[in-house]
Ligand binder design. Sequence first.
Ligand code: SF4
Ligand SMILES: [Zn+2]
Ligand SMILES: [Zn+2]
Length: 352
Amino acid sequence: MPFARLALRMPLLALIHRSASCLIMCGAGLQSPGYARMIGTMNCTRCKTKAVLKLPRHNAAFCKDCFNSFVHDQVYKAIRSQEMFGKNDRILVAVSGGKDSLALWDILLKLGYKTDALYVNLGIGGYSESSQEKVVHFSKTVAAGYGAVLHIHTVEREGGAGIRELAMMVHRPTCSTCGTIKRYQFNRIAVEQGYDVMATGHNLDDEAARLLGNVLHWQNEYLEKQGPSLPASVDGFAKKVKPLYRLAERELAAYCVLNGIDYVVEECPMAQGARTLLYKEVLNRLETESPGTKQMFYWGFLEKSRTTEMPTNIMEKDRSTLHPCSLCGQPTTAETCSYCKLMARANTSTAG
Ligand code: SF4
Ligand SMILES: [Zn+2]
Ligand SMILES: [Zn+2]
């Protein structure tokens, strides 16, 4: 009884309910008693057995098996249509312990792609401890069976302090310090270890919210790079892809729950008040009123970008502005890259 199994997971779903990003999921109604009553009478659109999940934006309901093949199809379509990678490429997935990145690792392995993962421990107390635990558990119980490897980078070991302390030392917001460090380490490890491409778990909700933010502020430079596949424009940069851009946050949470993937439910404590959460909430309200809005917004943007002449080609622009950092060799527009500058400032602060 697929629905009964889902019902048994209700305490986990109730936990999801409390996390900030999942206010969005709740808008879609996965956990409400009304939803349970409604889905209880529905059959799977594909095989006509009892459905466990309704997807209003696709006007469909699925049983567990059909939902899994729907999710796998969406990822496969994303990979093929955006020419992300092939079966012979080595892929490095950035995992955080959250639902999206663990679902991505699981899906790519099941689709037969050679996929290892990298986890960056940010040193944020209990949050980092439990997220690392989830990643290690998934790696041992699922990924190892496919011969996949988990790399772990610990910020404190290299930077001498966790992300919050480093941010204080350099007088920068924690999330911006975190972004600099994660981007740098993911790229460095992908390039040094000879991976062909680096994949992240950004989903449709993430991309639609980011697009809304970029459009509201007319961030043209960011808009140019909002696609789900960014080429390795210069030596020292890994190709970056987002194979989950066709799937909503709620669908990925359901995928984890239905497939027994144990992920960290709490948001990073630093995420509170982030502007992206507000954009997600707004988009979710629109989605509730009019299913398919997020998809129309983001996919429409991708279609327009494909058919519109971009003022500058990303590859050409990067090649004319980037050169190796004088300290570490990673591509940068300045003399030294932002990571090396950050570490130098942190070291000065410690010495002082
Ligand atoms: S919320 Fe901020 S500190 Fe936490 S993982 Fe995201 S960027 Fe890093
Ligand atoms: Zn079915
Ligand atoms: Zn550098």
